[in-house]
Design a binder for this molecule. Structure first.
Ligand code: BES
Ligand code: MN
Length: 456
């Protein structure tokens, strides 16, 4: 006789029971500064992988720490009960660097609660994603109604360079009917979301040179273009006067139906008074289905040390977010052409690609998506989830779509608009986190029901 699937009431009680332990383990993970970027101490990423592996072993999973030339990922699996579907649960254990520590109100790697939020680097992105998966497993205990394969990546924030190889090497282990990617955001505190499109990304460096070496700015200034003025002028051609991206050859479209009121958007973005918005059209289109372009950094003399000399060379990092449907290789070629074509005053321009990633669109219909929406509605006490796009990128979703074309990909997440992922004072809303954990447990129960109906 097979054990019956746990009821909503049982799962509710079980998740409540598990939350304190889940919170404590989340805090332990936040204390490990596992940053995959070059130049950081990668033994911390190893520690982080080991800590995740132990958490998964304690859930009764068979666990391996795997790598394919990059940082370690953790794969944990438990076979499906006879006839039940298998679900892949994805999250990442690496985190972003913390940036300027003086901007943090508390130590980024010492989690603290303030006003219902847990502060710390990775408290939301994406260690809470890992713990939401573990919360669901713990709630079921030995009554897990589906097979699971947890895939906890170790270099997502650094571009997932070795992920394609990892996926190819472990394809059979990872194959599943449903994929839950807990690395996105909810629509608001109190309003869940299912993410149905993400933008792609092209990051590149553009270096401008006008002189062989620096020269006295009084002796040569006037006829001689300095590289920094030249670079800034070139960067200024990347938008039109209205703030739309001016690079020819990038695609974009309209179509989002969600209403994102401008005053809410301005507040969530923390725009200071008087600053206008870039571009035209609906805010959600500008965020989700049109390209965006930003200058992320410039290498040039620091102002405090800048001598009266003409700068011979200067370099900027440019980041383009690509609309769903666009192609990163084509987009990079378009950007490179633009930067060469608009080079002011005959300056030498060199463009190099840092990394790119594909956008994606998810056709979010069918029984597994219905199961997810119903789980969300229950966990948020009757509030329906909103279908959203996001402006951020999870490039390997496109790879999953190619590798596992039959699988339903559910992009969920623990963040809310106030989470400040990637910035100082990142935080997790603990009340919402409890709902995310419950939603995931309910989702697995529903997936089991749908799966067993499909496959008698
Ligand atoms: N969790 C984010 C992706 C995301 C951002 C989802 C905003 C929902 C809203 C993820 O960890 C991330 O930051 N991805 C990088 C990808 C890049 C390194 C290829 C990003 O978007 O910058
Ligand atoms: Mn993330």
């Amino acid at each position: 006789m097979t054990t019956p699937i746990m009821t909503e009431a049982e799962l509710h009680a079980a998740v409540q029971r598990e939350l304190p332990g889940v919170r404590a383990d989340l805090e332990r993970l936040v204390r490990i500064p596992g940053i995959a970027f070059e130049g950081f101490d990668h033994t911390q990423v190893e520690r982080s992988a080991e800590a995740v592996a132990q958490l998964l072993r304690d859930c009764g999973l068979e666990v391996d720490i795997v790598r394919a030339g990059g940082q370690p990922a953790v794969i944990g699996r438990k076979a499906a009960p006879a006839g039940a579907p298998t679900v892949m649960l994805y999250a990442h254990h690496d985190v972003q660097p913390v940036g300027d520590r003086t901007l943090w109100e508390s130590d980024p790697f010492e989690p603290v609660e303030r006003e219902g939020r847990l502060y710390g680097r990775g408290a939301a992105d994406d260690k809470a994603g890992i713990m939401a998966h573990i919360a669901a497993l713990r709630a079921f205990g030995d009554r897990l109604p589906v097979g699971v394969v947890l895939f906890i990546e170790g270099e997502e924030e650094y571009g997932s360079d070795s992920l394609e190889r990892l996926l190819a090497e472990h394809r059979d282990t990872l194959e599943s009917d449903v994929i839950v990617i807990a690395d996105s955001t909810n629509w608001d505190v109190g309003v869940p979301a299912l993410t149905t499109s993400l933008r792609g990304i092209v990051n590149c460096f553009v270096e401008v040179r006008t002189l062989e070496h620096a020269v006295h700015s009084g002796m040569f200034g006037g006829p001689v273009p300095d590289a920094l003025t030249t670079l800034v002028r070139l960067l200024a051609t990347l938008h039109d006067d209205a703030g739309n991206v001016a690079v020819q050859g990038l695609t974009g479209r309209e179509g989002a139906t969600v209403d994102y009121p401008e005053d809410r958007f301005r507040a969530e973005a923390s725009l200071v008074e008087g600053v206008g918005l870039l571009g035209t059209g609906k805010i959600t289109d500008r965020l989700w289905t049109k390209p965006a372009l930003a200058v992320l950094g410039i290498d040039a003399p620091a102002t405090a040390e800048a001598p009266n000399a003409l700068v011979p060379a200067a370099k900027a990092k440019v980041s383009v977010r690509l609309a769903p449907g666009d192609d990163p290789k084509k987009a990079y070629a378009a950007l490179r052409d633009h930067l060469h074509r608009y080079a002011p005053w005959g300056a030498q321009v060199q463009v190099t690609l840092e990394h790119d990633g594909a956008p994606c669109v998810i056709e979010a219909s069918g029984p597994m998506f219905d199961a997810a929406r119903s789980a969300f509605r229950t966990a948020w006490e009757g509030t329906d989830p909103v279908d959203i796009g996001v402006g951020g990128s999870i490039p390997f979703i496109a790879t999953f779509q190619e590798m596992f074309p039959e699988a339903a990909i559910l992009v969920t997440g623990v963040e809310d608009p106030h989470a400040r992922a990637h910035g100082p004072n990142e935080s997790l809303h603990l009340g919402e986190f409890a709902r995310v954990c419950l939603a995931e447990a309910l989702l697995l129960a529903k997936v089991a029901e749908v799966g067993s109906r499909r496959d008698p």
